[in-house]
Design a protein around this ligand. Structure first.
Ligand SMILES: [Zn+2]
Length: 221
């Protein structure tokens, strides 16, 4: 079928989608982040990879594969473990991808600098922060640690998913632990990383940063 460009743009316009670098593509074209570094704290070199990761995050979470693999992971979790874990109790794998996409839509991706971010960067925690919601305008922000921006695509995508998961109401226990890495914001971020950057997944899944169930559950990987 031949589709003229004019017709296509018209259709996109009528659908209300603003095709652009911060939007998804195809069936996810109407999901768009609001901004990356709106306050202009970053150099063009720092900003470019953050922009590049935005449509990837949307397309990955909006993919059928993400929904399918999330449902499979959830179904394979040990029932007794889920029962004791309040962060998984009531989790609906069919609703979660849509909830993350809804959190992405209109979200501002900002960064945070300063002494505390610098210390966190040095000690390997707080790659990002859930950030704020402007009470007056309703605008929502996540904040990446400005000293930890130099990360591969899969890592940035994972961070967007993790922080958006918090915006969508998903949570995890405090304090880094093996169980924390197996709770919903982490697992959804890990799955997004897997689909965004499949080549690096086997090494990541074998690391302590990945939920142990990827290694322990048959077929999860
Ligand atoms: Zn978190």
């Amino acid at each position: 079928m031949v589709v003229s460009v004019g017709w296509l743009f018209g259709a996109v316009h009528l659908a209300g989608a603003q095709a652009g670098p911060l939007c998804g593509t195809g069936r996810n074209a109407d999901v768009c982040f609001a901004s990356v570094d709106r306050s202009g704290k970053l150099s063009p070199e720092q900003r470019a990879p953050l922009v590049a990761a935005a449509p990837v995050a949307i397309d990955v979470v909006g993919s059928r594969r993400f929904a399918k693999e999330l449902a499979a992971f959830h179904a394979a979790l040990p029932a007794a473990w889920v029962k004791r874990n309040r962060y998984w109790r009531g989790f609906d794998p069919d609703a979660a991808p849509g909830a993350i996409l809804a959190a992405f839509a209109g979200l501002h991706i900002d960064t945070r600098g300063g002494a505390r971010a610098r210390v966190a960067a040095r000690f390997g925690d707080n790659l990002a922060y859930e950030g704020s919601t402007d009470r007056r305008t309703g605008e929502r922000f996540i904040a990446l640690n400005r000293y930890r921006l130099d990360r591969p695509l899969g890592g940035l995508v994972a961070t967007y998913v993790h922080e958006a998961a918090h915006k969508a109401g998903y949570s995890h226990r405090a304090g880094q632990s093996p169980d924390q890495k197996c709770e919903p914001p982490y697992v959804m971020a890990q799955l997004a990383r897997k689909l965004a950057e499949p080549d690096s997944w086997p090494a990541f899944a074998a690391s302590r940063n990945a939920c142990r169930f990827w290694r322990e559950m048959p077929g999860a990987r």
